[in-house]
Design a protein around this ligand. Structure first.
Ligand SMILES: [Zn+2]
Length: 343
């Protein structure tokens, strides 16, 4: 079911801007939605696409610029439902598994953005993630961003704003998105997604307040991986031969996404150890239910926890380049091991 603006929690400033522009009849034609992954940027883009074309609340007459009678989508009309199902002919969602969006796709978008809408009032193009546009592709898009047709709207979604050229950014209205307060997210998860309160609280905490991340979290799978990582950390915290490291490397798998998610989890565990060794109570932890294990580990690593944290971050950023993943995890393991207190 399509989320209406009324249903969306957080992002207050950005939603205010969008809702105001719907009813004022002065809609921007190009936006950059930026902020962390999985906080709801795509959801808001879809809602905007629906609101622009909604047949119940949309503009009077068929002029794209006419003010809307409401600042939200209805979520129920034929047009809203088509947007929700991804079959509205005027709403194009451009995303690619490949690392770079080919320039041909942008040339085609440029042509299409000049057409009149097929059945709605607005043609909406959502590029997600827009940081996969090469510099050439962004340059190809500039003219369309600068002189959009009166009934087209382009939304660039990114969690890596620095990958967009200054020229691209300057032609778009920039709208920030962020995570929700953990308590608010936990309440929403319980109310709207039928999660038991303790699970909702844990998912919200683990996801760091990111709505989409909390929804896609598989708690049992997460717990199994965490148990594995705690064991690996336990072995690394012991003084002595490091023969087990090669086996521990296997636990990370070979898939880049899999490794990335394990590194994120690992960073959270190290963060919690730092929190504990700073004397904070267990309630300040992300992994409150592993407080005992983490406290024991924190005692073993003590002096080098911040260095380990930096090291895990470095591994995560190295992973984004095409490095030898096995070697990356291997050196990370040895480095973490060398941070253990001597026997
Ligand atoms: Zn509608």
């Amino acid at each position: 079911m399509l989320a209406r603006f009324d249903d969306i929690a957080g992002h207050d400033r950005s939603l205010r801007v969008l809702r105001r522009s719907l009813t004022s009849g002065r809609m921007h034609h190009s936006f950059v939605f930026h902020g962390p992954d999985a906080v709801g940027k795509r959801t808001v883009a879809m809602t905007l696409a629906a609101a622009l074309n909604c047949t119940r609340t949309g503009g009077l007459g068929d002029a794209a610029g006419a003010p809307h009678v409401s600042d939200d989508a209805c979520g129920l009309c034929n047009s809203c439902q088509k947007v929700d199902k991804g079959i509205h002919p005027d709403v194009v969602y451009l995303t690619l598994e490949r690392t770079v969006i080919p320039i041909d796709a942008i040339r085609q978008l440029r042509q299409e953005a000049a057409y009149r809408p097929y059945e709605g009032r607005w043609r909406v193009f959502i590029i997600d993630p827009a940081d996969r546009l090469s510099a050439d592709a962004q340059n190809a898009l500039l003219k369309t961003l600068e002189e959009p047709s009166s009934c087209s709207c382009i939304i660039l979604i990114t969690s890596r704003l620095m990958h967009l050229l200054p020229t691209t950014r300057s032609r778009c209205q920039m709208l920030p998105f962020g995570s929700l307060p953990v308590e608010l997210l936990a309440a929403r998860l319980a109310q709207r997604h039928d999660m038991a309160a303790p699970d909702a609280a844990r998912a919200a905490r683990l996801a760091g307040g990111r709505y989409g991340a909390a929804l896609s979290l598989d708690l049992p799978a997460h717990d199994a991986t965490r148990a594995e990582l705690l064991e690996v950390l336990g072995r690394l915290s012991e003084p002595g031969p490091r023969a087990h490291v090669l086996e521990d490397v296997e636990a990370f798998g070979e898939d880049a996404e899999e490794i990335a998610s394990r590194l994120t989890l690992l960073a959270g565990l190290v963060r919690d150890m730092m929190v504990l060794s700073a004397g904070a109570p267990a309630s300040a932890l992300i992994h409150q239910d592993s407080a005992g294990d983490l406290a024991r580990l924190a005692d073993r690593f003590t002096t080098r926890l911040d260095a380990i944290q930096d090291r895990v971050r470095l591994a995560a950023s190295d992973l984004e380049r095409n490095v030898n993943r096995k070697l990356l995890v291997e050196t990370l393991m040895f480095d973490i091991g060398s941070g253990a207190a001597p026997a």
